[in-house]
Each structure stands twice: as structure tokens, then as C-alpha cells.
Write a protein that binds this ligand. Structure first.
Ligand SMILES: [Zn+2]
Length: 131
């Protein structure tokens, strides 16, 4: 599967990471099928936000409610790695539920996408396509 997103969404992810630096940004990805339509920033409520992330639970609740009431699904989550590590960390692998959701990781001026599946993360190819 190839993930699709607009250049606006891509820029938004990069901006979120830059604005949160040196802490990790985090949030929710909403969309339909295989296209990310919206970025929903969340507060990083982890006690060590420069090294870890924990999405504000209220943002998750609101995102799932929005998915039920107005359409876009919760495709997954994003966070940044201020240390520049471009792939999932061992800690991310522990957090990943293997439930098929998309993880976007912003690091080193770029974004990589992953699916949390059986046996860990799999890199997701993506295209930036504006409509
Ligand atoms: Zn991470």
C-alpha cells in the first residue's frame, strides 16, 4: 500500500517538529483509506518530552469522536525525534500495538511512515499529491 498526503500535510508535520524542538511533538493523523487528510496536534504530556512522547488522552478521545461524527478515520499517530533518528526507536516498537495503524516519524528534516503490524514496523512508501 502506498500512503498519500498533500504537501500541506507534509509541511505541517515538519513545522510541528520544528516548533516543538528540542521536545518531541506528537499528534493524530486523520484521513480516509490510505490518504492522510488532517494533522491534529496534541500536547506531549510525557514527563520527559525531550526523549519520549505521550499524546494527550483528551486529543485521542476527541479524534475518535470526530471520526464517528464527521467521517475522517484515525489512521495513526505522529511524533518527532529531536535526536535525528529517522526510524522507530526500540521504545516505539514497545508501544506499537501491531494493530495496523500508521506511524509518522519526523526527524532530520524529513518524515518517514511506518505501519505497526505483525513482527514490528514496516516502512510505508508514500507520495505527496495535491488535489
Ligand atoms: Zn519515537
Amino acid at each position: 500500500m502506498t500512503l498519500e498526503l498533500s504537501s500541506d500535510v507534509m509541511q505541517r508535520l515538519l513545522d510541528e517538529a520544528a516548533n516543538a524542538h528540542p521536545c518531541e511533538c506528537c499528534g493524530v493523523l486523520l484521513g480516509t483509506a490510505s490518504r492522510i487528510e488532517e494533522v491534529v496536534p496534541a500536547a506531549n504530556v510525557h514527563a520527559e518530552p525531550a526523549r519520549h512522547f505521550e499524546i494527550d488522552p483528551q486529543t485521542l478521545i476527541d479524534a475518535h469522536r470526530a471520526a464517528r461524527t464527521r467521517g475522517p478515520q484515525v489512521l495513526g499517530y505522529y511524533h518527532s525525534h529531536p535526536n535525528g533518528r529517522t526510524g522507530p526507536s526500540p521504545r516505539d516498537a514497545e508501544l506499537a500495538a501491531g494493530d495496523g495503524v500508521v506511524w509518522a516519524i519526523i526527524a532530520a528534516g524529513g518524515v518517514t511512515f511506518w505501519r505497526s503490524g505483525d513482527g514490528g514496523f514496516h516502512a510505508l512508501p508514500y507520495v505527496v499529491r495535491d488535489r
